[in-house]
Design a protein around this ligand. Sequence first.
Ligand SMILES: NC(=O)c1ccc[n+]([C@@H]2O[C@H](COP(=O)([O-])OP(=O)(O)OC[C@H]3O[C@@H](n4cnc5c(N)ncnc54)[C@H](OP(=O)(O)O)[C@@H]3O)[C@@H](O)[C@H]2O)c1
Length: 310
Amino acid sequence: MIPTLVFYSQFDSFEEWQALLAPLLPGVRICQAEDVDDPDSVLYVLAWKPPHGFFAPYRQLQLLVNLGAGVDSLVGRDDLPKVPITRVSDPDMGRMMAGYVLFAVLRYARDIPAFERAQRQRRWHYLHPRLPSSVRVGVLGLGELGAYTALELARQGFDVRGWSRSAKQLDGVNCVNGMEQLDGFLASSDILVVMLPLTAQTEGLLSAERLALLPTGSCFINVSRGAVVDQQALTAALANGQISEATLDVFDREPLPPQDPLWAMDNVLITPHLASVAIPATGAAQVAENILRLGRGETVLHQVDPVRGY
Ligand SMILES: NC(=O)c1ccc[n+]([C@@H]2O[C@H](COP(=O)([O-])OP(=O)(O)OC[C@H]3O[C@@H](n4cnc5c(N)ncnc54)[C@H](OP(=O)(O)O)[C@@H]3O)[C@@H](O)[C@H]2O)c1
């Protein structure tokens, strides 16, 4: 029996992942579900949002790799196999995410939206530049992507604060943790960046009441999951100016429906959930390393805890 890795994704290229994984995993057959001859040979699955029942034929499965960082659509499933689950985690994914957030933060810190509006009116609109150190940027979530981003922002000289579940130490970042710190954290964020996973604890975390704690005129960036935020309350806060600007990559419904009021707001920048993606060229090495570790009887890296939800 040849050990088999089954790939599934409607967004990622099978051919690209196969070409990169094959030389790293000699002796492992890499194929798509329809090409599996013997379901009992399937020891590994590399998948993004596979359909319900996908895992059922693979009774010998040893490892499930989520083809992305966010596992919210996976861990809540009632057909999840009882095997270790890992996520794609590579520095390029962190760099891509940090680049997106850095762009959004700099755009606000340098008042670019005000200049964009002034230009449309052919108006010379001088606003004296602020020092980055005078801008308080709060990063909610200091995981693989959040920590990378917070450090990148700190390197740019911003006054960076980070919030997570457990205590963290990051150079140049003022880290706090736990629910009891959240309200004060929000109240001291001129720019808030949401980088939390969607879990039972974080769903709806940024409620109308919590959004109201942000300083008047603050800016809001969400690159995690739409459902972490009360989107209606966010829309209302953007309409009345309590939140002055938002960059939104994720929404409670995706694609964002054409009739959603956010589309028409000129203080909102919308991108279609692409702040960061799994990058095969670097991700493949990490996926292969975990499969090789499993073969050597070692514990796999970047494991997800389905109970914790991330
Ligand atoms: N828009 C996109 O294109 C895109 C791309 C990739 C990922 N994402 C999203 O980005 C999210 C974050 O990615 P990541 O790799 O940085 O996640 P991660 O490594 O799983 O880290 C999650 C962070 O959130 C913190 N956290 C979780 N639950 C919390 C709670 N209840 N209270 C306080 N802090 C909590 C964790 O705290 P501890 O450190 O204490 O555990 C950790 O710091 C993903 O889950 C995904 O939803 C979006």
